[in-house]
Design a binder for this molecule. Sequence first.
Ligand code: KG4
Ligand code: ZN
Length: 336
Amino acid sequence: MRVLGIETSCDETGVAIYDSEQGLLADALYSQVAMHTEYGGVVPELASRDHVRKLLPLIREVLSTANLTLADLDAVAYTAGPGLIGALMVGASTGRALALGLGIPAIAVHHMEGHLLAPMLEERPPAFPFVALLVSGGHTQLVRVDAIGEYQLLGESLDDAAGEAFDKAAKMLGLEYPGGPLIARLAEQGDRSRFRFPRPMTDRPGLDFSFSGLKTFTLNTADSCRDAAGKIDPQTMADIAAAFEDAVVDTLAIKCRRALRETGLKQLIIAGGVSANRRLRARLEEMVAAEKSHLYYARPAFCTDNGAMIAYAGCQRLLAGQQSDLTILARPRWPM
Ligand code: KG4
Ligand code: ZN
């Protein structure tokens, strides 16, 4: 079974071909980040237009890399949501039209299910059941995963997602969009003991998160360090970035440990853009070792948005006997 995967939910156009026997055959990505950086965030209208411009060339590129033609495809999987509606519509209509023209099934994939299954594309994939921490720009969720499609939400952010908090804290420090990787880089030079940020909601039971308070804490700390001209010296910037990163990472680690203990499961997977964070991976490696558990994650390129995870999720759904009808499905809001 050979599935073409299409991802256009936000600011990356991702296309890939996954084969149920041979694995990933080709994968191509075009990031619009440079275009949106100028505006300090994703401009939805520009994102949609750029997906239109890039999607067909990328489909051609993966077919050529895999040495295949359209006739070799067995199904088309596309991200149907959640995401920016205009951006989703580009992938959904192209994917659906391709499937219709080729007379093959189309599968509407949930973007977060794509992220959640991305570690399955690695050499040493986890076996079900496991706990998944989904940490992206739009979501922070702890999920119990028993099988493909069997997901139980254990906890989630009551306000900002972890990635969103990284991006907003970065903006407060005058860094560009997307701020997550920039904060992480800056934090490497930081003195991690200079500031102590709170670990929100860790002192009470439960598996929910709240990150909006950390934004305010970051702003207040930054303001208290500004000179007469409103500038913050580079070392202080790095110290604040390190304190912020440690607070988010620690909070996530505490809740992940709690989720493992409460479910009695011994495997944790992390997925979504923030799972590329090196400090988070290192902290969770320590935690799972102490809990006699195991940690799984995808290569950095498959932590952020990509077509491979959509092709894989679509293939698994199809193997489970599912496909979507002729309606073009695009849902900006869609609970998993
Ligand atoms: O999964 P993703 O590519 O898109 C969404 O579905 O949202 O996640 C993007 C988010 C952004 O907020 C970005 O700042 C964050 O992931 N991110 C990181 C890192 N790399 C990406 N956050 C912290 N550290 C990183 N290394
Ligand atoms: Zn994503």
